[in-house]
Design a binder for this molecule. Structure first.
Ligand code: NDP
Length: 487
């Protein structure tokens, strides 16, 4: 299939290995965040569309995927990784058009190599997904521990990393031996549909991966479908809670990767230059639309002024502009509505006493796009809404602390627990703080490093369970104890 842009890509469900027109009547429109132009529109998937997708997934699971050997599944996933690599220019261009992420610096340089690597990791882990224990725990009987695929799973993904989230969830689910119906975010379905097509090109049987598109109905219908045996969701805490409630009605397992309010602690012994550089980027990554983006930065009083100056300098260096321009480090926010919400969150904080320590000027030639300037805010209490709620924009709160204990209280003073970072040259201090930070990932003298081999997940209201690593496969499998009596 020759697909060059999001506008060229026909928007329909992907069921049983082919595009199937949606049968709904409510229109969904997708805009280019860089200029506000309409990219494409489609109508919602309906109940019968979702039922057809689940039926195809169930049939493909029973007739093919669950019958294949781990080696066969692994080979197909390796082929998928190679095809994604081969199509990276096309996929990246589509992703940029619909999300506004900078094409060169973000999607091509940062995301595509990770996505290919993550798919390769899942391809290799498909061959090593069995329980390893067996033995005679009762005289005359052998116990075998098996890990078996759940069956058909629902994968519900957000708009901030459409392709990467689809790759994480499809990669882990398929490696575990499951088939899937994926529901991408309504405004960014393009690369997910393309990835589903590449799955078939890679030799993954039609029906193993299905896509239903739309808003409001399809995700909810999937979670309620009796044939769905497990789910994985990335998105807001509010929606995660609703999914969990709906899944609970029929005792269906779900994995939830939800919001974040990441904090960093900078101690006086830290390499301040390196910390400022890394943390400034951590705050603006994907224009702050990242659940691990840095939102709260706590700096020891003794170095606060020096650090604030360095941070401001580094933040000022990021070019905000057209995502197709290779010099842009930040593109627009995903939608005008979201830009409005970020602006409102900032204005509310200012009304409550926050000071704008730094805000970049935005080039007026980009006025039609949904751009938002990198902003650093000071003078806020840790109890302020801006310090507690997810803003999902390039707005960073900067505050000081007196000692290690206060730093930990401030950093942990949130209902979220996804990621955190500590900067110090004192190894003992790093280990003490690391142990006490309530977060699924803690970086020491670092920010944003992810590896496919290690899990990504949260605690508290950031959810539970894991994306990435072998732990992600466990989200899609169940243990079975087989007992064989010898005679
Ligand atoms: P949501 O969490 O509300 O939606 C994410 C996805 O879930 C969409 O595909 C949505 O589709 C679907 N969905 C919503 N309700 C249900 C349901 N009951 N059952 C099944 N699927 C459902 O996020 P938003 O896009 O509205 O963003 C709101 C905020 O969430 C952001 O500002 C940000 O703070 C946070 N967020 C966090 C992300 C993360 O990485 N953890 C990613 C994206 C957002 P639809 O409702 O159209 O059917």
């Amino acid at each position: 299939m020759e697909t060059k842009t999001a506008a060229d890509l026909k928007l329909a469900n992907w069921i049983g290995g082919r595009l199937v027109p949606t049968t709904g009547s409510s229109p969904v429109r997708c805009f280019n965040p860089a200029n506000g132009e309409l990219l494409n529109e489609y109508s919602d998937a309906t109940e019968s569309d979702v039922a057809a997708a689940v039926a195809n997934a169930e049939n493909a699971y029973k007739s093919t995927w669950n019958e294949w050997t781990p080696g066969q599944r692994s080979d197909a996933l390796f082929t998928l990784a190679a095809l994604v690599d081969g199509c990276k220019q096309e996929l990246a261009a589509i992703e940029t058009l619909s999300t506004g992420k900078p094409l060169a610096s973000e999607v091509l340089a940062a995301e595509m190599p990770l996505i290919v690597d993550q798919l390769r990791f899942f391809a290799s882990s498909a061959r090593d997904n069995q329980g390893l224990r067996s033995g005679e725990y009762t005289t005359g009987k052998t116990s075998i521990y098996r890990r078996e695929p759940l069956g058909v799973v629902a994968l519900i993904t957000p708009w901030n990393y459409p392709l990467m989230m689809a790759a994480w969830k499809i990669g882990a689910a398929l490696a575990a031996g499951c088939s899937a119906v994926i529901k991408p975010a309504p405004t960014t379905p393009f690369t997910t549909l393309r990835l589903a097509q590449l799955c078939v090109d890679a030799g993954i049987p039609p029906g193993v991966v299905n896509v239903v598109i739309g808003t409001g109905g399809p995700g909810r219908l999937l979670v309620k479908d009796e044939r769905i045996r497990g789910g994985s969701f990335t998105g807001s805490t509010r929606t995660g809670a609703e999914i969990m409630r709906n899944a609970a009605d029929r005792i269906c397992r779900v994995h939830l990767e939800l919001g974040g309010k990441a904090a960093a602690i900078v101690m006086p012994s830290a390499d301040l230059e390196k910390a400022a550089s890394s943390l400034a980027f951590g705050a603006v990554v994907n224009s702050g639309q990242d659940c691990v983006a840095l939102t709260r930065l706590y700096v020891h009083r003794d170095v606060f002024d020096q650090f604030a100056e360095l941070l401001t300098q580094k933040t000022a260096e990021f070019v905000v502009g057209d995502p197709m321009d290779s010099t842009s480090a930040l593109g627009p926010l995903v939608s005008d509505e979201h830009r409005h919400q970020v602006q409102q969150a900032l204005e509310g904080a200012v009304r409550r006493g926050a000071r704008i320590h730094y805000q970049q000027r935005i080039d007026r030639t980009n006025a039609a796009g949904y751009y938002f300037p990198p902003t650093i805010v000071t003078g806020l209490q840790n109890t302020d809404e801006l310090a507690r709620r997810e803003v999902f924009g390039p707005v960073l709160m900067l505050a000081d602390f007196a000692d290690e204990s206060e730093a930990l209280t401030l950093a942990n003073g949130t209902e979220y627990g996804l990621a955190a970072s500590v900067w110090t040259r004192d190894v003992g201090q790093a280990m003490r703080i690391t142990r006490r930070l309530e977060a699924g990932t803690v970086w020491v003298n670092d920010y944003l490093t992810f590896v496919a081999e290690y899990p990504h997940g949260g605690v508290k209201q950031s959810g539970f369970g894991s994306d990435l690593s072998r732990d992600a496969l466990r989200e899609f499998t169940v243990a079975k104890h087989v007992v064989i009596a010898h005679d």
